[in-house]
Design a protein around this ligand. Structure first.
Ligand SMILES: [Zn+2]
Ligand SMILES: [Zn+2]
Length: 302
């Protein structure tokens, strides 16, 4: 690995004289770059050099966006993403989610892919260096896709992949050491992120008819509680409404076979439980369990 900026430079991006970068002018905060370090490099300078270069790419990209040079804007963001910038990947997620003038039409699968890539890059960065604001932006973007843009009939693989990634992030957010180092704003943002993630998980489970999984994730949103970030606080309200809907959709017996303790996971199978015709209080998975129940534990007719 080389250790000069020219090692990173790229001719097809039409960047004006990268050699003239004023290094001191560029902030290297992870909040700007959110860059995955090259852990395997023996060159101590390479991470800093890449960070400077990527910060410059993103800065140039924003200039191109302001001057409506969208083709160049996209190329610069793509290159920053290729170099490991979670921030650039998230920006591409926004681009594909909303579309960009006449250059890009909305493409929700690509938007999800870029948001997922951003999450993957974030998981490669030690959580103590995470840009919490960026992470919140990504899950807000994903919530929009999960609520109204992705279709569980056609995009199930994408939706499930995102759920796996979001669960991973949610686990890392509950790391006690990580929580201890956060300031007040970060604590509130962390809560907002957990609400968004659990809401997406709940929606996915609800679409699959997995009532309990869904109710548990909506319940988790309530447990996290309001956090002062309006979009997340609205989700908490919506979580309660969804829990009420889910509860009203359940049969009025415990959703478990009283005899063998078989507990169906989805709503369709719950409704298949046979209600005991004598006590009317419990259900069974089938004829054998029902007969056993009626001849042994049943409290009798009412
Ligand atoms: Zn049974
Ligand atoms: Zn009974």
């Amino acid at each position: 690995m080389g250790s000069s900026i020219s090692q990173c430079s790229t001719s097809d991006l039409d960047l004006e004289s990268m050699e003239s970068i004023d290094v001191n002018r560029i902030s290297l905060s992870h909040k700007v770059v959110s860059l995955v370090p090259d852990f395997n490099s023996h060159d101590v300078d390479i991470n800093t050099i890449t960070a400077v270069f990527v910060a410059k790419l993103i800065e140039e990209a924003e200039k191109k966006h302001r001057s409506s040079e969208y083709g160049k804007y996209l190329k610069l963001l793509q290159r920053a993403t290729q170099l490991g910038s979670a921030c650039a990947a998230a920006k591409l997620g926004v681009v594909y989610s909303r579309g960009l003038d006449s250059t890009i039409s909305p493409d929700y699968a690509s938007a999800a892919a870029y948001y997922f890539l951003s999450l993957k890059l974030i998981t490669l960065i030690p959580n103590t260096s995470w840009d919490i604001t960026l992470l919140l932006d990504v899950v807000i973007g994903l919530t929009d896709l999960y609520r109204s843009k992705l279709d569980s009939r056609y995009d199930e693989d994408i939706i499930n992949h995102g759920v796996k990634l979001m669960r991973l992030i949610d686990d890392r957010l509950q790391d006690l050491y990580f929580i201890r180092i956060l300031n007040y704003k970060d604590v509130q943002q962390r809560r907002a992120i957990r609400i968004h993630i659990n809401f997406c998980i709940a929606l996915t489970a609800m679409a699959a008819g997995e009532v309990f999984e869904s109710a548990m994730s909506f319940q988790e949103c309530l447990v996290v509680g309001e956090c002062g970030f309006a979009p997340a606080d609205k989700l908490v309200e919506s979580a309660q409404t969804n829990i009420n809907i889910l509860e009203s959709s359940l049969p009025r017996i415990p959703p478990i076979c009283v005899q063998c303790e078989y507990a169906p996971k989805n709503l369709k199978d719950i409704w298949k439980l046979v209600v005991c015709p004598q006590c009317k209080d419990v259900g069974c998975c089938g004829k054998d369990c029902l007969e056993n129940h009626m001849s042994t534990k049943c409290v009798g007719s009412k």
